[in-house]
Design a protein around this ligand. Structure first.
Ligand code: MN
Length: 260
């Protein structure tokens, strides 16, 4: 029996579950708001082309308008100036969109302090308990923020959202083989990342600078096991693009501890 045939049998028998980590995309999907004077990403909007009517009797379809970084999306290395010589989103090899994932749950800490920052010490303690970060995999950072996804004001929280310390982001980029970091918040960096001592926007700076990726606005991380999931990110291959809205799916084995 081949591995892929086993996978299909597992999906049919529901011993393997596909968990959607993607936030629904609509006109009310929260987007990041940059300081006045900066360019701003567009929220999602749509305009009907036809709906089985005079404009197209047999077809329903829409034109859509959004930024490369609207909703659940993928940050490519060229998104940040530190990665300007790196890959654009169309150049990322498809094999590097798929990898093993671990879930680091700091939702209690983030509930107590919305400006919570993950440190190297936090990750060391997590590894002492759960084992090493996966080679060539995703670090999924659970903060409980997905529960706020239906309320843009609560989701953006006045710019106070959890993130990662500069020293920790530098370590993740320089000392691990991670594909990248996935978060539940609007971006991989903390809401207050512009003001962090040391390196502002450290996740973007260090991870994109090291050719790594970001995934944002993930949901359902609480349904994944601490380790054992396989995550598939599927950004569009926009030529020259800095990123793309993405469907992100996790495969889990029901026996692996996930709640499917
Ligand atoms: Mn982004």
């Amino acid at each position: 029996m081949s591995t892929l045939a086993d996978l299909i049998l597992g999906l049919a028998a529901e011993t393997i579950a596909a968990i959607d980590l993607t936030a629904p995309l609509s006109e009310s999907t929260p987007i990041i708001a940059l300081p006045a004077g900066h360019g701003q990403p567009w929220p999602f909007s749509r305009e009907m082309i036809s709906h089985y009517d005079a404009a197209g009797p047999t077809a329903y379809w829409n034109n859509i308008r959004l930024s490369e970084h609207t909703g659940t999306h993928f940050d490519a290395p060229v998104h940040w100036v530190s990665g300007r010589d790196g890959l654009d989103v169309s150049q990322v090899p498809p094999g590097r969109l798929i990898g093993p994932a671990v879930v680091l749950d700091f939702s209690a800490e983030s509930a107590a302090d919305p400006d919570f920052l993950l440190s190297r010490e936090h990750i060391q303690r997590w590894q002492d308990e759960h084992g090493p970060l996966p080679e060539g995999g995703w670090l999924l950072y659970r903060t409980g923020w997905d529960a706020r996804g239906g309320d843009p004001a609560a989701f953006l929280n006045g710019g106070h959202t959890p993130g990662i310390e500069p020293d920790c982001a530098q370590w993740l980029a320089g000392k691990t083989s991670l594909l990248g970091v996935g978060v539940e918040t609007v971006g991989t960096d903390a809401g207050q990342a512009a003001t962090l001592a040391g390196q502002p926007f450290p996740c973007h700076w260090h991870l994109q600078g090291a050719g790594r990726f970001g995934l944002t606005q993930l949901r359902n991380l609480g349904r994944l096991p601490v380790r054992g999931a396989v995550v598939i990110a599927s950004p569009l291959p926009i030529i020259g693009g800095s990123g793309s809205p993405a469907r992100v799916i996790a495969l889990i084995e029901r026996s692996a501890g996930g709640v499917a």
